[in-house]
Design a protein around this ligand. Structure first.
Ligand code: HEC
Length: 303
């Protein structure tokens, strides 16, 4: 194997190893970043929904209560306010959603789907769990969800969610007696769940990863060419010249001109040393030839 091949082999192996290590690292990093970004988005939507809930309880309900009309206004129900505003947002961004999903809902639109039921079951199985974050394919879209358990901690909730008889008649007139009843104190009845699409950030991470690897590959190719050209010019060419010259000297050809030396590096030193050695060899050879001639002349019988 010649020198250039060996060097290129080392470069190639280094390149592949570096690409693998840096590639995997950068992929994980961009993916984590993307996940973080989407999680932040989902958290924001959740905070928004919680804010709408407390706004409704603290500011809307007391005002409507003052009106003193006997009707029931779902607008005073925090779950309704949060869901309605989230649905308005979802009109613009259909992939984003907020839902208060329960097993036994007052409003049928809040009925838990199979995925939501699974999440509620996990909250029921582990009462210490306060939050679940995960990715899941929802309606054909790779999505990230954040879920909080809905636990009935306030006895006031049972005024409308225990038995139909206890609930306001005006509410029953709208919602009927079928759902949203039978809830007990401290029971986990459902989950507040935010879903945001995860496809875009995942694609973004993939794109970043590919362009990173491509730039790295381009840098390596440039480096590869530069190192090869440099080695060829600075090392391989002078070494070949020395080899050729040494070959000629060993065959007894002493007439060729000396090797040209330029610069001041180790190769130049080697060329100078080689020229010096060649000169010495030439001197020795010439001396031996002279001695041979003299010996011949001496040996010839005098006439
Ligand atoms: C004045 C009656 C009333 C009170 C008090 C009340 N709710 Fe509700 N709740 C409703 C109505 C009506 C709905 C249906 C709203 C809609 O149409 O979206 C609802 C819906 C919900 C939902 C959405 C799921 C579903 O059943 O449709 C949750 C969760 C919920 N309530 C939890 C609570 C909690 C927790 C409390 C106590 C902090 C509470 N509610 C107090 C009347 C009430």
């Amino acid at each position: 194997m010649n020198l250039a091949t060996k060097i290129n082999l080392v470069l190639g192996v280094t390149f592949v190893l570096a690409l693998a290590v840096v590639g995997v690292n950068s992929y994980l990093l961009t993916r984590d970043n993307a996940l973080q970004q989407v999680t932040d988005q989902a958290e924001l939507i959740m905070q928004q929904a919680l804010a709408v809930r407390s706004y409704t309880v603290n500011e809307v309900r007391p005002l409507l209560g003052q009106l003193g009309d006997a009707g029931f206004h779902p607008q005073t129900v925090p779950a309704y306010a949060a869901t309605q505003t989230a649905n308005l947002v979802a009109k613009e961004r259909p992939d984003f959603s907020y839902k208060e999903a329960v097993f036994n809902p007052t409003n049928p639109r809040d009925r838990a789907t199979a995925i939501e039921e699974r999440i509620i079951d996990r909250f029921i199985a582990d009462p210490d769990l306060t939050k679940l974050v995960g990715t899941e394919e929802i309606n054909g879209v790779e999505s990230l969800y954040i879920s909080y358990p809905i636990r009935i901690t306030n006895p006031g909730c049972l005024a409308c969610h225990s038995t139909p008889e206890k609930a306001p008649a005006a509410m029953r007139a709208i919602y009927g007696d079928d759902g949203g009843f039978g809830w007990r104190l401290n029971q986990i009845v459902g989950t507040q769940m935010v879903v945001v699409p995860y496809t875009l950030p995942a694609q973004l991470a993939q794109k970043t990863f590919i362009s990173f690897i491509l730039s790295l590959a381009i840098i390596f190719v440039i480096l590869f060419v530069a190192i090869n050209v440099t080695i060829r010019r600075l090392v391989l060419k002078p070494v070949r010249r020395i080899t050729r010259m040494a070959d000629e000297v060993s065959k007894g050809n002493l007439r060729d001109a000396e090797l040209k030396v330029s610069g001041k590096d180790e190769i130049a030193d080697m060329l100078t040393a080689f020229n010096r050695m060649r000169r010495s060899v030439i001197k020795i050879v010439q001396m031996m030839r002279r001695m041979q001639a003299e010996a011949k002349a001496k040996a010839r019988p005098k006439t």
